[in-house]
Design a protein around this ligand. Sequence first.
Ligand code: SF4
Length: 295
Amino acid sequence: MDLFNASTSTAMTDPLEAAKAFIVRGALVVCNHSGGKDSQRMYLMLRDIVPHEQLLVIHAHLPEVDWEGIDEHIKSTIGNTALIWTQAGKTFFEMVKHRQMWPSPTTRQCTSDLKRGPIEREIRRHLKANPRFGGLVLNCTGIRAEESPGRAKQIPFRRNERNSIAGRAWYDWLPIHELTTEEVFAGIAAAGQKPHWAYTAGMSRLSCCFCVMSSQRDLKTAASLKPALYERYVRMEREIDQTMMMPAGGKRRFLDEIVDGRTLNMDVADSDNDLPVLPLVPQTPCEASQMAFCF
Ligand code: SF4
């Protein structure tokens, strides 16, 4: 089969073998790196099978809402692999303020505008500047089936029709789709590396500190680790009168209700002592996150 000209959007028989065939053909292999454990594990796998000169790490920086130390963490775990640091022309809070609306798990302008868009722009630029790749690219993301039913349904290797044009063949590959969380951490340890410090501090995911798909537990942990940023989210919710998290049981919940178990009555509450205490909603990941993914 001529893989370069393959136009199918369906899964190829063996994703790893399909990917290797492209690597042998000299494709650019892009490791989308968030700084999280899955990106870190994916890089380690790619490092073992991709020639150094074909591997490129790209990180989309989200100022203000990213965890501290991601920059250093990525640099310290990829050796001298080529790295591109990119950033959107707007910040997360600017986006929310402009739209007067938070992104939702099913409509994530944050992912598309602040991550995917800038990263895809860098890939196009890199391909253009490096004709040795022949316009062939494997764009790799550390999404895993175990994370949610929605992610389990993702096709591990497929042609990206939207980004493929004459002279450019673009394939999306999920190299660690089948790995479990334990295997991810074990692979990192086996390489003599450690995951980002936020995991040790209690976070289960390393995305934005406060993510529209976070579990209640991660929101609470992030609030304790980043109190000033937490207050900024709380203030933004009140300013635009929109909740960041999806309603639970048909009831919308402001962030401080989820994190502190209280609600802020702006009309009567002048001090913390006036805040009525509400029962916590049971901890669950956002239901809608089952159909969504960020990286
Ligand atoms: S981590 Fe969450 S909030 Fe941040 S860009 Fe991704 S979906 Fe949006």
